[in-house]
Write a protein that binds this ligand. Structure first.
Ligand code: LLP
Length: 420
């Protein structure tokens, strides 16, 4: 459930009519709803009420905006980060270092050092090589890095291949068959406080079954490790729960997810970490855009050309992803259209042959479910600058990320003397 609703024929974010934001901030612009973020945080937390010891670490990659992180920090969430930049953002939003988990296959030496210097709660180690490097760095600083070993359970998450992370051929984690050996080696290093294992099999999962299969494999590994004399106190179950992108689509609820986790992990006796991203932020944001013009089609439907493009919301171009597209002030009439941005490639298509609200030049519309993996994946392709972001709270809103126009980006470039 979200707080983007029609009132008196006009789409509002909570109590703010979207035309107000479009007029004052310009378009395209992301609009996030604080009440929706808080609601999702509460629902997810309540779904895990039966888990005695846990940390919910928001996957910062899904929406790294500082104001969004602040809302979640106030809801008691920590952060799952995958770069030094995300780590700095989590700290800047006031996340306590002990609630920060650092994932990712390619953490550089400088990033490992940053994590150690900030005293973060957990590194999720993705290879023996990384574990050795982290151990050596920590030991040289007189520290023991708290860590989990990320395993690759070879489970098909049944999601888009580009966001599947738990199959044997994916780059993530240590194959289950090598996990015991790797754990034995790394647990013996002075610089590491290896406390358990981590798993994350993919994103936008529409079915709990692959998650349950992966968790069961983790449970068996925990038993093995304990039988081999290791003390296992922590397990990180990653993120991945999907959300509906089409009105009416059904997805497993956080409550169903929580019940499954409670059942599978009942006898593990460990502290559990969760890394939800999309399920918290996805439906808490829309991308507000204005129709530039409607162009007659060749042998197909008309092109509705909007002022947002694939550089602002990459998911349709990158994954063929569906985002519901609705008029801000629907007339009640419908049309079939190709919804496209202004960028000079055919990939800049948001939807083909889409039945949607009838729209005309100058009218406003939204792409829904754009709060996760939206602004964070923006680029400045075609020198369009970086899209602005706003956060609504009741009847007020704030610009929480300025639009960075093409001029400011150009200011960071220079022509060397020898070319001038
Ligand atoms: N933990 C780890 C280790 C991850 O790699 C991810 C997402 C998450 C947690 C959060 O997953 P979530 O709960 O959001 O599903 N750009 C793609 C999604 C990439 C997801 C990458 N990893 C998209 O737009 O669909």
């Amino acid at each position: 459930m979200d707080h983007f609703t029609l009132r008196d024929g006009v789409l509002h974010a909570e109590d703010v009519p979207l035309p107000r934001i479009a007029e004052e901030v310009g378009t395209p612009v992301y609009v996030y709803s604080r009440a929706t973020l808080e609601r999702h945080a509460r629902v997810f937390t309540e779904a895990l009420a039966d888990i005695p010891s846990k940390l919910i670490a928001f996957a910062v990659k899904s929406n790294p905006n500082l104001a969004v992180l602040k809302v979640l920090q106030r809801a008691g969430f920590g952060a799952d980060v995958v770069s030094g930049g995300e780590l700095r953002r989590a700290l800047a939003a006031g996340m306590p270092p002990e609630k920060i988990v650092f994932s990712g296959v390619g953490k550089t030496r400088a990033e490992l050092e940053l994590g150690l210097a900030e005293g973060i709660g957990q590194f999720n180690i993705e290879s023996r090589e990384e574990g050795r490097e982290l151990a050596e760095l920590a030991a040289s600083l007189g520290q023991r890095a708290r860590a989990c070993l990320r395993i690759n359970p070879d489970v098909d998450a049944k999601t888009h291949e580009k966001i599947s992370t738990g199959k044997a051929e994916n780059k993530f984690g240590i194959p289950l068959v090598h996990a015991r050996e790797a754990y034995d080696e790394l647990a013996a290093l002075d610089g590491l406080d290896l406390r358990g294992v981590a798993v994350h099999i993919g994103s936008q999962l529409g079915d709990l079954e692959p998650l349950e299969t992966a968790f069961a494999k983790v449970g068996a590994l925990v038993d093995d490790l304990r039988a081999a004399g290791h003390e296992v106190t922590h397990v990180d179950l990653g993120g991945g729960l999907g959300v509906p992108y089409k009105a009416g689509e059904q997805f497993p609820s956080p409550a169903e997810y929580g019940a499954m986790v409670a059942r599978v992990t009942r006898d593990w006796g460990v502290h559990l970490t969760f890394e939800p991203g999309r399920v918290i932020a996805g439906n808490a944001g829309v991308l507000l855009t204005r129709v530039v013009r409607v162009k007659r089609g060749g042998n197909g439907p008309p092109f509705v050309i909007v002022d947002a493009a694939m550089n602002d919301l990459a998911r349709p171009a990158l994954y063929g992803a569906w985002h519901d597209f609705d008029a801000v002030a629907p007339s009640g009439e419908r049309m079939t259209a190709n919804i496209v941005g202004p960028i000079c490639e055919t990939g800049d298509t948001f939807a083909q042959d889409r039945e949607c609200d009838a729209l005309q030049s100058g009218e406003l519309a939204v792409f829904r479910t754009a709060g996760a993996y939206g602004a964070t994946m923006a680029s400045s392709y075609n020198s369009r600058g970086f899209v602005a972001e706003t956060l609504v709270d009741g009847d007020r809103y704030a610009v929480v990320a300025d639009r960075i126009d093409a001029g400011a980006i150009m200011d960071a470039e220079r022509v060397p003397d020898w070319l001038a």
